[in-house]
Structures are given as structure tokens and as C-alpha cells.
Design a protein around this ligand. Structure first.
Ligand code: SAH
Length: 349
């Protein structure tokens, strides 16, 4: 789509200025049009001088990805958007609505190399890392597709396809784009990054000068079971992960979230509660329980309602705060771990 032309979506104002040899205020104006106003048509950037607009049209594109399909859940609470990137790769992003609250779930990679036993994305393999513009640009496409009013500040979760900490630099650059005061200006505390537990990434994240939230996908608190469910555990073991989470807490003082996808008879028993409580001892953490969203062909069942409630209660009795997530978008396979970039024909919005 863009050929050899610069794509501006991934550039900070200073980088636009530098790349195009402009005055600093012009770089800021262009950034403002793209990131605050969601305008990617240079002709519509009316406060830019005509010759500059002409030059931009010749040398640049503002956005080089597009929506090819939108599916809205029956209750209207979730919209799953299929996005085609410049090279034809496809990723999915999700817009979730709960009353006035809007949450955008962004992908960090096309496909995923982790291959977790219960997740649809990994089953389709890894394609490539997304660049910063492709990660942040998903937010702009989602806001436009969902006709979200400007005055609503969305929450961002990097919990779509891929492992954010295996694409660390682009992820961090994307977060800076999303937080920029000339752009969407999303507060750091409204942004959450979810990782499988890449220890190196957690250490780097702890050193970032911001309040962006961290979430760890744990799912099992003994080495053997976790290695089965989350093969990445063979690289960064639970023991190493626990040390890095403890260091993160000591360094930042921030509470983390632990995600635990409940699989019937696999990780939802009283023994699993005990192991999780032992893992969390001394850590400042909050547990988010997610009933497993079925993926066809995978050898799991969702935990029963009773087992979900028992697990929740067991944690609370152990002094750990937890919630059981209400699922959203299951009917359009937009729920956690159901994202896979299906190449189905576009359907009308
Ligand atoms: N790679 C990152 C982010 C993507 S997955 C990570 O591991 O955190 C986002 C969350 O959804 C993770 O906690 C993941 O384990 C969970 N998940 C994956 N498949 C799921 C499924 N089918 N049902 C419920 N949760 C699932």
C-alpha cells in the first residue's frame, strides 16, 4: 500500500519533524491530526500549508493498515476487528464496552510463538513482530470503527495476539505514542501490558519511568503443570518468574495482576489454590480468574461455575484479592485466547 513512502503512524512529533526536515511545530501539527483527531487524509489537515500537504501526499502515508472485517457480539459489548497490515499479514483487535467504559485490546505480534496449550493464537504459529505504528494504530482504527466519542478516554490492554515482551522496543514505543499529550493522551494507569512471564522484559519494564500496569499470565503455580500449559515456562521457570515479580514490586511499589485461565480438572482444584497462594506469599498481587473460552479441537473444558466460585473463595480466604472475569465477546470468538486471524471474506459492518 505505502510502497517506499514513509508511514507516519509510528513516529513521535520530533521524529516526523526530523524525517521530513520540518519545523518542530509542523511535526506536532501532523502528529496531532493523526493521533488526536484520527485523521489520516493529508488533504483534511487544513492547518498545514498547501505545499506541505502536497509534499506529504507524495512522500508519505499516515496509516498503512486497514480494517477488513468487523464482528459485533450479540449484546453489543464487544467488537472484533480484523486488520490487514501493509504486507498482507492480518491481526485482530477488540473493542470492549461496559457502560461508559471502553477498553481496547491490542495485538503486539502477528501470530504468537508461545504455543500455550489452551490458546487459539499460538496454535496458528508466529508470523512477525508488529512495529510501533501498527500497535498504536490499532487503537485509532478501533475508536473510529466503534464511533467512540472523543471525550471518552479508552483503557488499553496489550492482551491480543502475541507476546508483548518478545517485541519489547516496539511495544514501549507504541505506549509512548498512546500516552503522548498531542495524541490520545491515555494515562499510564489506564494501560496494562500482559506477559507470559518474560523475565528480561519484566526487569526492563520495572525500570521504565511510568505507571503502566503489568499483568502476568500464570495459569499454574507448579513447574510441571505450568510447563505443560505454557511451554515458555521451560525458558523462564516459575522460580525465576517469581524472583522477577518480587523485584518488580520492590522497585516500583506497584501491584501486579495475575491472570489464571480456569481449565476444568486441570488447574481449578483446591491443590491449585494452595499452590497459587504459596506463589503469591509476600507479593503485592491481584488475581484475575478467566473461565476458559473454548477453542474447537483443544482437549479442555471450561471450569464449572461451582469450581470457579470455590477457587475464588479459596483465594479470598487465603487473603488474596481476586475477581472472576465476566466473559465478553465469546459468541464472536473475540474473548481471550480465541483470537486468530481468520481469512474469511469481509462481512458488512
Ligand atoms: N502473551 C500475552 C498476552 C496475550 S494472551 C500473555 O501471555 O499474557 C491474554 C490472556 O488470555 C493470557 O492470560 C492468556 O493466557 C489468556 N488466554 C489465552 N487463551 C485463552 C482462552 N482460550 N480462554 C481464556 N483465556 C485465554
Amino acid at each position: 500500500m505505502s510502497g517506499h513512502r514513509h508511514c507516519l503512524m509510528g513516529l513521535m512529533p520530533e521524529q516526523i519533524t526530523e524525517t521530513l526536515g520540518l519545523k518542530p511545530f509542523q511535526g506536532r501539527q501532523i502528529f496531532h491530526w493523526i493521533h488526536r483527531k484520527g485523521v489520516v487524509d493529508f488533504d483534511a489537515m487544513t492547518n498545514l500549508a498547501k505545499p506541505l500537504r502536497e509534499r506529504l501526499k507524495e512522500e508519505c502515508v499516515a496509516q498503512d493498515m486497514r480494517i477488513v472485517n468487523v464482528q459485533v457480539s450479540e449484546d453489543g459489548g464487544a467488537a472484533k476487528v480484523l486488520i490487514e497490515l501493509r504486507d498482507g499479514e492480518r491481526v485482530e483487535s477488540v473493542l470492549l464496552r461496559d457502560g461508559d467504559r471502553v477498553t481496547l485490546c491490542l495485538s503486539s505480534q502477528a501470530g504468537c510463538p508461545l504455543n500455550c496449550a489452551f490458546c487459539a493464537t499460538g496454535a496458528d504459529g508466529f508470523r512477525r513482530n508488529l512495529d510501533a505504528g501498527e500497535i498504536a494504530g490499532q487503537a485509532l482504527l478501533l475508536l473510529a470503527a466503534g464511533e467512540v466519542p472523543r471525550e471518552v478516554t479508552p483503557n488499553i490492554v496489550c492482551m491480543g495476539m502475541g507476546e508483548p515482551f518478545l517485541n519489547y522496543d516496539n511495544l514501549v514505543a507504541a505506549i509512548h505514542l498512546l500516552m503522548h499529550p498531542e495524541g490520545l493522551e491515555i494515562g499510564a494507569r489506564r494501560i496494562t501490558v500482559s506477559t507470559v512471564g518474560v523475565v528480561e522484559g519484566i526487569a526492563r519494564f520495572a525500570a521504565e519511568d511510568w505507571q503502566v500496569r503489568l499483568s502476568i499470565s500464570l495459569h499454574a503455580a507448579n513447574e510441571e503443570l505450568r510447563s505443560q500449559l505454557v511451554p515458555y515456562n521451560k525458558k523462564d521457570s516459575l522460580a525465576r518468574l517469581r524472583d522477577s515479580v518480587r523485584d518488580y514490586g520492590a522497585k516500583t511499589g506497584r501491584q501486579i495482576t495475575i491472570e489464571w485461565t480456569l481449565l476444568d480438572g486441570v488447574n481449578d482444584t483446591p491443590k491449585d489454590v494452595r499452590e497459587l497462594l504459596a506463589f503469591l506469599r509476600g507479593l503485592k498481587a491481584f488475581v484475575n480468574l478467566i473461565p476458559w473460552n473454548p477453542v474447537p479441537g483443544m482437549p479442555f473444558l471450561s471450569s464449572t461455575r461451582a469450581n470457579c466460585m470455590n477457587f475464588l473463595q479459596g483465594l479470598e480466604q487465603g487473603g488474596v484479592k481476586a475477581t472472576l472475569r465476566r466473559e465478553n465477546g465469546g459468541d464472536i470468538a473475540a474473548a481471550c485466547g480465541q483470537l486468530r486471524a481468520q481469512h474469511e471474506p469481509p462481512t458488512p459492518v
